[in-house]
Design a protein around this ligand. Sequence first.
Ligand code: C2E
Ligand code: CA
Ligand code: CA
Ligand code: CA
Length: 274
Amino acid sequence: AKKLGKNNYKLFTPEIEDKINNELKIENQLIESLKNDQFVLVFMPAYTAQEKVLTGYEVLLRCPNLANTSVGPDIFIPIAEKTDLILMIDLWVTENAFIKLKELINKTGFKGFFAINVSSKSLRNDDFYVRLKALIKEYDIDVTQIELEITETCLMPDDYQAIESLKQLKSLGVSIAIDDFGTGYTSFNQLVNYPLDTLKIDRSFVQSLGDTAAGKKPTLDIIYELAKIYELEVIIEGIETKSDFEHVQKLPGVTVQGFYFTKPFQWEEVISLN
Ligand code: C2E
Ligand code: CA
Ligand code: CA
Ligand code: CA
């Protein structure tokens, strides 16, 4: 506590107080958005690098109630993760992604995948598994069209509980991807313990392509080669330039995402493109 004079104690500095007030405001907006169904989904396409064929979409959350304050999911998701709000948000995203997927299949015969981000807290919550299972049934979802993305930083070494949770989700028939790979603690020899289908290499490895010393193999390529040894699909995100794209086109079989191709699509664009 900060001493302000005789018997006057303040628990927090003004900076911390601002931060708490701001987080509370964001939390309230998230609760409002859930209650009034005011969240929106946008869709980041994924393509095969070689033929540039669309393989599917990553579903990303937007909160229009916060948009004017330029608070994106990078800020509001970690705030939601501090409370149980994230579970309800992940379920909202999952259900609405299912609704959109059904619509897209009905309108266009879409056969690609939808990738849904699942937070670490939901992964560890049995309710998420139970609700997901019920939603798959309710919407009659072909599970082979669903991939769940779990951020690598939420997996600690020898985290048997997380492994069990992943196996449980995987038993539903969905695919499992590790997101932001290379930013967490997973060593390659641990990968065999996870029931994985896909490695999503973090975009920082694309950004550092240019820093590679002459004659040295970029870290991106090394991760790619190891992923192939483990027979994992590879998605490389954060392709922003032509030279990024030309580089990853030399890695057989990879799938790519990034602003070089497009910003995330609004739903109307997804419908008109397929
Ligand atoms: P992420 O899962 O790694 O998602 C990719 C983020 O990178 C997205 O930002 C996307 O718009 C952005 N991105 C895609 N291509 C590029 C590129 O070429 N360059 C750059 N600089 N960025 C690119 P977004 O939508 O702001 O999401 C940020 C993070 O928020 C996501 O990271 C994810 O961790 C979280 N998030 C987003 N939607 C959801 C959701 O529905 N549920 C959960 N639990 N988390 C979500
Ligand atoms: Ca993701
Ligand atoms: Ca990512
Ligand atoms: Ca991320």
